[in-house]
Design a protein around this ligand. Structure first.
Ligand code: NAD
Length: 425
């Protein structure tokens, strides 16, 4: 494969970038003549690595490494979140940017794909240090972001406050209030109603749609959840209020189990007060191995990439896997799930709710006219339902998994745009 002549093309199996490449390879034989343009999918258009020096509260200086990758701008400006995490690296950000290209095209938003990140444990920084880091990072990537160029948003460990600092920094540097440069902002600064819960809500809507097609009733369904942050917490809330029984939750501190169903409101309060779910009295602690072997009807993955390994896929006892996280399932695990007839609703459609409402936020910022939350949730549902139906139909037509079908629908759109635009110069 021509990736071999690229310096960033790691030979390591199972990195997020290798996972993305394996997913793309599966779709190329289905692309017909458009497949001749597929090389563009295997490379990021642009990758920026920045040094972020800041003065710490104790007077010392520290340097952090930051990234912004624009995988494709064929269908519109770049769009994708910013992650603050100690394991962030260029390959991971490349993969996350590429999945954004696919996701935006799969749900037909007029965006390309991008992603950013800083290699840092934000919990080790004071609020003042976090603000300095965010502002310097924004200033450094200011070369390539902008309301018409590339629009960041929150991801793991970044939130509305960080988006506010990014918006302010970019606005100071550009000389005008540029609300459209980031999405996921506070409501007072041009943020959109419904954005905070949009990814979890989209996951719930898509999950209900998939369950209906499997003739799996949500009331009484046992649900196991990995990741209890923004996405997982909202999804748990919505599934529980629709009658599902959330019987186990795992976060980075461990897993808890209650076969009668966890009280999600109480667990959220406990996590807010204690920083994690460890020690929650309304459930029993269980080991990670036992967590992956629980009997359930629905498994929601809302933590990080690479969690569903082949061994875990073999052990799973569930009917439906909903990917809230990006890239949580390794390609070999995907094959096992397909053989075992366990339906996987892939990340690129299942967690698109966040970017869909980010799109609404961006549109509202440009027109300076803001919609009601009902209007936003209605339009979110409409886009999700239409996108899912199209992908379901493609999966049936080609006899492929929903992931390959989502990639197929997306890659056809991306490569058609590429073909129509032609090559410059
Ligand atoms: P978050 O930081 O709010 O929550 C992450 C959760 O995962 C936390 O509960 C954390 O404890 C848990 N976690 C981390 N490592 C874990 C591990 N090894 N085992 C078990 N649990 C672990 O992040 P979020 O915004 O909810 O994002 C979760 C995932 O969803 C990420 O993959 C992110 O890229 C993806 N995503 C988020 C959005 C969004 O709008 N927030 C949109 C699309 C995709």
């Amino acid at each position: 494969m021509s990736q071999k002549n690229l310096s960033y093309a790691s030979e390591q199996p199972d990195t997020p970038w290798q996972t993305y490449l394996a997913q793309v390879e599966r779709v190329i034989p289905l692309l017909g003549e458009l497949g001749t343009l597929a090389e563009t999918l295997r490379r990021p258009k642009r990758a920026l690595i920045v040094d972020i020096p800041i003065q710490m509260d104790d007077g010392s200086y520290r340097h952090f490494e930051g990234f912004r990758v624009q995988h494709s701008l064929a269908r519109g400006p770049g769009k994708g979140g910013v992650r603050f995490h100690p394991n962030v690296n260029l390959e991971e950000v490349m993969a996350l940017a590429a999945w954004m290209t696919i996701k935006n095209a799969a749900v037909n938003l007029p965006f390309g794909g991008a992603k950013g990140g800083v290699r840092v444990d934000p919990r080790s920084l004071s609020r003042r240090e976090l603000e300095k880091l965010t502002r310097r990072y924004t200033s450094e990537i200011g070369l390539i972001i902008g309301p018409q160029q590339d629009i960041p948003a929150p991801d793991v460990n970044t939130d509305a406050q960080i988006m506010a600092w990014m918006m302010d920094t970019y606005s100071m540097n550009s000389g005008s209030a540029a609300t459209g440069v980031v999405t996921g902002k506070p409501i007072d600064l041009g943020g959109s109603l419904g954005r905070v819960k949009a990814t979890g809500r989209g996951l719930f809507l898509t999950g209900c749609d998939a369950a209906r097609r499997l003739r799996l009733p949500i009331p009484g369904a046992r649900l196991v959840l990995q990741g209890f942050g923004n996405v997982g917490g909202t999804a748990a809330e919505l599934f529980a209020s629709a009658g599902a029984k959330v019987i186990a939750v795992e976060d980075d501190s461990g897993a808890v189990h209650n076969s009668n169903g966890l009280d999600i409101g109480a667990l959220q309060k406990y996590r807010a007060a204690n920083g994690s779910i460890r020690g929650y009295a309304g459930a029993e602690p269980i080991s990670t191995d036992n967590f992956w072997q629980l009997d359930s009807e629905i498994l929601v993955l809302a933590a990080l990439e690479g969690q569903l390994t082949p061994a875990r896929a073999q052990a799973l006892k569930t009917r439906l896997v909903l990917e809230g996280a990006n890239g949580p399932t390794l390609p070999a695990a995907d094959d096992i799930l397909a053989q075992r007839d366990i339906l996987v609703v892939p990340d690129v459609i299942c967690n698109a709710g966040g970017v869909i409402v980010s799109y609404f936020e961006w549109v509202q910022d440009f027109s300076s006219y803001f919609w009601s939350e009902d209007e936003i949730n209605r339009r979110l549902e409409q886009i999700h339902v239409e996108a899912f139906a199209r992908i379901w139909e493609a999966a049936e037509r080609h006899g492929v998994t929903l992931r390959t079908a989502a990639f197929l629908v997306a890659c056809e759109r991306i490569l058609t745009a590429r073909k129509e635009r032609g090559l410059y110069p």
